[in-house]
Design a protein around this ligand. Sequence first.
Ligand code: NCD
Length: 318
Amino acid sequence: MIAVSQLDAEGHLQHLLTLEGLPAATLTDLLDHADHYLDAGRQGDKKHSSLLGRTVINLFFEASTRTRTTFELAAKRLSADVLNLQVAASSTSKGETLFDTLKTLEAMQADMFVIRHDASGAAHFFAAHAAPGVAILNAGDGRHAHPTQGLLDLLTVRQRMGRIAGLKVCLVGDILHSRVARSAIHGLRTLGAAEIRVAAPPTLIPAGIDALGVQVFHDVDAALSDVDVVMLLRLQKERMLGAFLPSLGEFHRDYGLTHQRAARLPEHAIVMHPGPINRGVEIEGDMAYGARSVILEQVNNGIAVRMAVMDRILGARS
Ligand code: NCD
């Protein structure tokens, strides 16, 4: 695969494929820029013009509710023309390759593609083959990365806790299949989190994860002691080919966020989940939007973060 640089020679973002390797200054600038859009929105100023005349194409080869709609809203709030390709109804189902789909849509003068695909590396493939000046945003590729989700998670933590440096964060659940976990871990490390823990049954921990600088726990109660942030992850049954778990009930008992476990968390600790939630599995259902939950703030922050990324990439070139 051709190597792709996310930053151009002057250090400006030209694609967003992964948070891995992006400098702290770039991440902080994106979070600050997202905060600027949130502030403007609170003052009734929701619509901006920096992508006027630009075309953004959403290409979702996998199911999505939050990510696709918030990418669309973000592009529209920056005044771009937005096209959503219905992949199930597109020529992919007739055997057209990813490369030919890209070239066909590029011929329509698209400036930016937002792509979600079940193959890890699909966004890199697009970026490697895109025409010069065409930007690629990764909206989730297989188990690999989900960088705008990572950014919205960082933004939500920073809003609630005032900082990221020095915090203790615990990710609980299906780490093995989670691109959300990988992006969060890279972002949290770069911005100086003190401790990043992952808690899951051994079957749901990827080999070699210690290399990312995380501590692995199989006892969730030990993992949650003293944490500032709990990040719950969905059991990704659609990516599980074998028997990873005895039963969902057992997972909930051993790893789910129950009222009992939540009561033992420090008073200030927040609970996050990227959605979609399996109620009664990762979290006791009535806590999903409870006092500690910032799950809906994550959704709203997703719009601002995606606006920030699109504006930094395309707006700067206008
Ligand atoms: C996640 C995804 O698709 O990676 N959802 C999301 O984008 N908010 C996580 C998941 O599907 O569990």
